[in-house]
Write a protein that binds this ligand. Structure first.
Ligand SMILES: Nc1nc2c(ncn2[C@@H]2O[C@H](COP(=O)(O)OP(=O)(O)OP(=O)(O)O)[C@@H](O)[C@H]2O)c(=O)[nH]1
Length: 665
């Protein structure tokens, strides 16, 4: 006895031809068909009305299809009402049979010829059963065998006709179930039945391509006979129990199921059935291979969309996405790759049995969409790794420089080392646990690498500029210290040796500073031109120090000249204040005082810089005015002094010319 507890059923198509989408979806969930992959079989039964189809299915598969009350009997029912007959197509799961076997109970046929009317439900349901089923049971009365007016003859014609409407049809098993078997042995009945079948096959109009195609090309024909359920119930049950065994492992090679060419993965069964029924209702031909691709396309897309939505809502991913906004995330690449992998392998598992071309193209699309979703997070992480690497580079570089390593060597070593660390991070070698690599993506990280290299180079350049400025300042300070004081002292005691001494001092200190700077620059791996320029600048600086001192002294020279003139003019040779008696030789005194005063000027002018100062910067008219005010006005009573400025100017120019030529050589 079959345990019917496991069985559940639904009306797949109602009597008006409406497909019960909700019903089938619930049914599929209840029987967990979606998990079956290709491991499931579909059996249908067709045959005349009230020929005991439901009774047979319920005994054979433990289903609970509605049977007509036994006491009413089929003859009574046929006369009275149709209310108890099966309407439309019912679907149930066979109880206790492996693999999962679905069974469809079709509305009984009325035994009338349908001619060309393809819209008749009988024809449509037959075509549907052939397109969907692996095994079709044809229920028939034993007494119809060999009869010209057999009740199942129009049905068989229909089956064979609609079969022609399936492009490259699957090879289905047609199992003829002879009911109310008589005493005639099956061995005698079967050849007659096969002959009937062949005749019907021959009579069916076929397209040119199948004119000569034998029946066996489309169908495996099987014949079984059962005793009457009503008259020999026990025998019937025994025979049904033995028949049941044939449905176990029906999809294994050599099993009862046909070639299963048309089989769609179980998760696509609902959609596939709906589409097949839709095409049949629209009275279009059914192209099963194309249908399989279409089902695969729709289902793979549905599955991919579901995986995408699941990924987007995945808690782990959402946390990762949020965390990477604010900083680097340890194990980022590994975690994200793993979530992506779970999603993609989930897709792979669910679409495994769909058309390969379709499933791989949909996988590609899913992968692209997922990667598009995670790319901003990847970029953020890459940015964190880049800035982290830059910070570590700066620290290491600073340490190397303060540890005394040469600038060029430190910059090259640190730059190479930290660029390599970044490259390793990008290539998947873990970098302080901060891996960014997403296994599924092959993203180009060269832009980030370039940016890091640029940042490192910019940092090196700025440190270099700062260091060079520091060194230059250091040498300039040294020079300043070495020159300013001594030059000032030398200028203070102006005499004939002043300028040669200054020149000597300048040369000595410049040489020492230039040599010091040159060796300090050796660690910078500078090009010769830049180095020479820096050394030249230092030399100029040294000259500048002297020039500045000289300029300073020049600012004071007029005062000192005036002081010297006044001192000599108003003091006698014993340095005693002169007492003017009127007998003094004012001209001679003035001449002596002026000469002493001009001597001071000549010392000061003994340099190129002083010349510049005197000739170019301090204009002669100004100088004249100063001299007239400071030197000449106090002795303004000498009217002929009015000619002095010109004479003095000429004299200064003369002295400057001589000194310039002297110093230049
Ligand atoms: N003679 C005979 N009658 C049977 C047999 N099996 C069932 N019946 C009777 O036939 C009648 C119809 O049974 P169902 O199983 O409902 O037949 P059916 O073919 O499913 O009917 P529809 O699908 O409604 O056309 C019932 O009264 C059954 O008791 C059988 O093996 N022999």
């Amino acid at each position: 006895m079959v345990n019917s507890e496991e069985s559940c059923s639904t009306q797949l198509i109602d009597g008006d031809g409406a497909f019960n989408v909700t019903g089938i979806d619930h049914f599929i969930k209840d029987v967990k068909l979606g998990d079956c992959g290709l491991s499931y079989a579909v059996v249908s039964i067709m045959g005349p009305q009230s020929s005991g189809k439901s009774t047979l299915l319920n005994h054979l598969f433990g289903t609970k299809f509605r049977e007509m009350d036994a006491f009413k009997g089929r003859h009574v029912l046929l006369m009275l009402s149709w209310s108890q007959t099966t309407k439309g197509i019912w679907l149930a799961r066979c109880a206790g049979i492996e693999p999962c076997t679905l069974v469809m109970d079709l509305e009984g046929t009325d035994g009338r010829e349908r001619g060309e009317d393809d819209t008749a439900f009988e024809k449509q349901s037959a075509l549907f059963a052939l397109a969907v089923s692996d095994i079709v049971l044809i229920n028939m009365w034993c007494h119809d065998i060999g009869r010209e007016q057999a009740a199942n003859k129009p049905l068989l014609k229909t089956v064979f006709q609609v079969m022609m409407r399936l492009f490259s049809p699957r090879k289905t098993t047609l199992m003829f179930v002879i009911r109310d078997k008589t005493r005639t042995p099956l061995e005698n009945l079967e050849p007659v039945l096969r002959e009937d079948i062949q005749k019907i096959w021959d009579s069916v109009p076929k397209p040119q391509a199948h004119k000569e195609t034998p029946l066996s090309e489309f169908f495996n024909v099987e014949v079984v006979a059962l005793s009457s359920y009503e008259e020999k119930e026990e025998q019937f049950k025994e025979q049904v129990a033995s028949l049941r065994q044939r449905f176990f492992h029906s999809i294994a090679p050599g099993g009862l199921a046909g070639d299963r060419r048309g089989v769609v993965p179980a998760s696509g069964f609902s959609f596939s059935s709906q589409q097949i029924w839709k095409v049949i209702k629209e009275n279009k031909d059914l192209d099963l291979p194309a249908h399989k691709v279409m089902v695969a396309t729709v289902r793979c897309e549905e599955i991919a969309n579901e995986k995408y939505s699941n990924f987007a809502a995945n808690e782990e991913w959402c946390e990762l996405e949020e965390a990477v906004q604010s900083g680097p995330v340890s194990g980022f690449g590994k975690k994200l790759s793993s979530i992506l992998d779970t999603s993609l392998s989930g897709y792979d598992a669910e679409v495994l049995y769909f058309d390969e071309g379709v499933r791989s193209s949909k996988r590609k699309q899913l992968e692209e969409k997922l990667l598009q979703l995670v790319q901003p997070a990847f970029q953020s992480m890459l940015g964190h790794i880049r800035s982290g690497t830059l910070d570590r580079f700066k620290d290491a570089f600073d340490k190397a420089l303060s540890g005394g390593e040469g600038f060029s060597s430190a910059s090259l070593r640190c730059s190479t080392s930290y660029m390599a660390q970044f490259d390793e991070g990008c290539a998947g070698v873990r970098l302080d646990m901060l891996d960014v690599v997403i296994v599924q993506a092959n993203w180009d990280t060269s832009k980030a690498q370039d940016k890091l290299q640029r940042d490192i180079d910019a940092h090196i350049a700025s440190v270099r500029a700062a260091k060079l400025a520091e060194i230059t300042t250091q040498f300039e300070s040294k020079l300043n210290e070495a020159l300013a004081g001594p030059v000032e002292a030398l200028l203070d005691g102006a005499n004939n040796d002043t300028w040669p001494s200054i020149k000597k001092l300048l040369q000595k200190e410049t040489k020492s500073a230039v040599s010091g700077l040159s060796s300090a620059l050796s660690g910078f791996d500078m090009d010769e031109v830049a180095k020479e320029k820096m050394l030249a600048n230092l030399e100029n600086y040294a000259k500048g120090v002297v020039e500045a001192k000289a300029r300073e002294e020049a600012g004071r020279v007029l005062n000192r000249m005036k002081d010297r003139f006044t001192t000599l003019f108003s003091h006698d040779s014993d340095s005693m204040p002169r007492i003017w008696t009127g007998k003094e030789d004012i001209r001679a005194i003035t001449k002596t005082s002026r000469s002493a005063s001009l001597k001071l000027l000549s010392v000061m002018a003994r340099s190129v810089w002083m010349m510049r100062l005197i000739i170019l910067r301090v204009h002669l008219p100004v100088l004249w005015w100063i001299l007239q005010t400071v030197l000449l006005l106090p002795i303004g009573r000498f009217q002929n002094m009015i000619h002095w400025p010109q004479a003095l100017g000429n004299r200064l120019l003369f002295i400057a010319g001589i000194l310039f030529s002297e110093i230049s050589t």
